[in-house]
Ligand binder design. Structure first.
Ligand code: MG
Length: 382
């Protein structure tokens, strides 16, 4: 059990307003990620976002969000609605205690998954608020190691001439590396696309591949051995996301680093993979693991083991967290979230820049307001 909670902040600031919104971001074109190819899921047409906006009596403001792809958005919103009233009157600086209190309130439905992701929006909003109060970008508040983070662009599994064209366009737009999705039913076709891409881009361009959990263990070993000759930065999710033993065997057998972790939803799940030696590059996703508070614990475990860090999705949040990681980092420049905010992620010479605005440096766009299907506001009653 956590220590006895101090529910109010008699001598300091306190939360007096919490607004939650459920927003459905439409995607410009349906996305058929690798998992869609074997028929496991339908192409993605929209992403659900839970926004949390938190205000205090001192006039501070914080903005956070979490998300759900395919199913789960309304459930995140419903869980957060149940938790939000207990934020009122709390000291917004007590991010650790508030996280524990909210987690314990929902403990009977689990410590990860959507129970954690409903808290993530609140936790991210409180860290945003903390950094805004300090007048610092979040990366600086956390203790930045760099002002810009290596970024790569993801290239979908389209026909070959298009793969090369998309990659070249991304590099011209500032990406510092290319990650190719491998998802052809014929394994030889995937290897051939990679061979052509490497040949066309040259040996100097950092290349990664993402297998999105599609292989069984024997196939993963065969494919990964065949991939060694391409000098990849990493091979991502060669196996089921929860197969720590299988990933560890691959990581031990290969020279090419193994990256995994995007699907995990708690510190404990990440700790199991890290302890097992399952990855050389960890890929936590702050909204997915419960927010910045748990993300920092995962980053500390990864640092202790000497691992690289390449956070998954939500570039707007993760650029701050990657900038505050002491070891090698990469971030994917995903532009999906851009319409939700008035600000843009800035990419220059292969890196995303940490913005100089306080907090995350984000404000909600009019488009996001228009895509809101439900919202609720809790305020302190006098
Ligand atoms: Mg991936």
């Amino acid at each position: 059990m956590p220590e006895a909670a101090a529910p109010t902040a008699p001598s300091g600031d306190r939360i007096d307003r919490v607004r939650l919104s459920l927003v459905f971001l439409p995607l410009a074109a349906p996305v058929s990620d690798t998992k869609a190819h074997p028929g496991r899921s339908q192409p993605l047409t929209e992403v659900a976002f839970l926004f949390a906006e938190i205000g205090t009596v001192d006039g501070c403001r914080g903005l956070g969000f979490s998300y759900a792809k395919r199913a789960g958005g309304p459930a995140l919103y419903a869980h957060a609605k149940e938790l939000a009233p207990q934020l009122l009157g709390q000291d917004p600086n007590d991010t650790g205690r508030i996280w524990e209190d909210l987690a314990w309130a929902g403990a009977s439905v689990g410590r990860g998954g959507l129970a954690a992701q409903a808290i993530a929006a609140v936790d991210i909003a409180l860290w945003d608020l903390k950094a805004r109060r300090a007048g610092l970008p979040l990366a600086k508040l956390l203790g930045a190691y760099r002002d810009a983070v290596h970024c790569y662009a993801g290239v979908p599994s389209t026909p070959l001439p298009e793969v090369v064209e998309t990659a070249q366009r991304a590099l011209s737009a500032g990406a510092g590396g290319i990650k190719l999705r491998l998802s052809q039913p014929d394994l030889a076709a995937d290897l051939e696309r990679l061979r052509v891409l490497r040949e066309r881009l040259g040996d100097g361009v950092p290349l990664m591949v993402d297998a999105s959990q599609q292989w069984d263990r024997p196939t993963a070993h065969r494919m990964c051995r065949a991939l060694e000759r391409f000098n990849l930065v990493w091979i991502e999710e060669p196996l089921d996301a929860h197969d720590a033993v299988g990933h560890a065997a691959l990581a031990a057998a290969l020279d090419t680093p193994i990256a995994t972790g995007e699907m995990l939803t708690s510190v404990t799940e990440h700790a199991q993979l890290i302890e097992a030696g399952a990855s050389d590059v960890v890929q936590p996703d702050a909204p997915r693991v419960g927010g910045i508070t748990p993300f920092l614990r995962i980053a500390a475990l990864a640092d202790h083991k000497g691992l690289g860090l390449a956070p998954h999705f939500a570039t707007e949040v993760h650029l701050h967290l990657a900038a505050a990681y002491p070891r090698s980092t990469w971030i994917e420049h995903v532009d999906w979230l851009e319409p939700l905010f008035n600000e843009r992620v800035e990419v220059r010479s292969g890196r995303v820049l940490v913005p100089d605005r306080p907090g995350l440096g984000l404000t909600v766009s009019q488009k996001a307001v228009a895509w809101t299907t439900d919202h609720i506001e809790f305020t302190e009653t006098a």
